[in-house]
Write a protein that binds this ligand. Sequence first.
Ligand SMILES: [Mn+2]
Length: 424
Amino acid sequence: MGQGASHGSTRAGTARPDQWTRLRFPFPAANATATYYLRETMRLLHTSDWHLGRSFHRESLLDAQAAFLDHLITTVRSERVDVVLVSGDLYDRALPPVEAVRLFDEALHRIHATGARAVLIGGNHDSLGRIDYASGLIDTAGIHVRGSPDHLADPVVIEDGHGPVAFYPVPYLEPDLLRHRWELTERSHEAAMEHAMRRIRADLARRPAHTRSVVLSHAFVTGGSASDSERDISVGGATHVPASLFDGVDYAALGHLHGSQLMRPHVRYSGSPLAYSFSEENHTKGSWLVDLGPGGVTAAEFVPAPVWRPIARISGRIGDLLSEPGWERYTDHWLQVTVTDPVRPTFPMDRLRERFPHTLHLDFAPDGDGEPADRSWAQRVTNRSERELALDFVSWARGADPTEEEQRLLRTAFDDINRREVTR
Ligand SMILES: [Mn+2]
């Protein structure tokens, strides 16, 4: 299974008969296992990491997120999407602001109004218990929200003309929470995911032959490239899970990494629909439109999301930034500006904002002798975990490295914070 997938971005050769029929039956109760319409190819729209309620350097992104959801609904209708997949980090926080909850509520209603089904899972930013609220009831509308790891091998089954497709919802798996419950041999994401996939394969083996499978998962797959806006999930240093865990499933719709990327033709990250850090300035954001035929994925096309406001990092002497015509194209961007004057200029933010009103972040990196001490804060913290930064701070403040006991304490504290986000 999973063979014959196209690496490219076209849908050439996909049979899309216009005379397909959509047969509607009453929605089933809770477990949502029923035939609902029949069509030759099942079309999925895979997205993730909405992070509703997030802001960007104190700028609210709610309007930008609403614009993405408008685009999503338009795509579902124009591309005749059958199932929308959202692979975690629905919200940015365990306790999202009311406006974000409202936006999510509206998104679910609008997806439902298109006639499509949807499967959504919780990510490491979501409160898994809270997003599970009323999910049994919402199931009856064909919208399937899954926060609990208890139901990951209890798939949402949707049929097309070729038979059933089982959608397995694997929310973010926090090793510390599951280690004892699942009797894992070690405390790692890989052990948790292995256990999950074992249960999924066991369930799949009991289903009718030719049942196709789609796994939604919120995890860091080995080889994937991260940006600055994913929250660190390293516990005991073992963060990654191998892509080979998804061998044999027809499609793995991944979430967590914010850049869209292919791990295998049938294992993909959609990435977030918006940039959530300046490190994502070169990302193209969007979703995957995936066609599932009788033997697995037959085509996958990237659908770019609308750009609400472009972002960029620019640097130079302030006089140059304020006068050179070449910088003109950045006046509408959200900007991170690094000023390189040897002497820190006066009122740099006020002056920059006269030409670049959307300057959000300012750094200084004098271009003199290039001493390491001149590196900007952003450069110094890039790719470092919160725990490493805290350890650095202790070393800096005291002039000596933290003791083993102190290192252990800091690790426990940060693990605790990560865990609390998922459980509170
Ligand atoms: Mn995320």
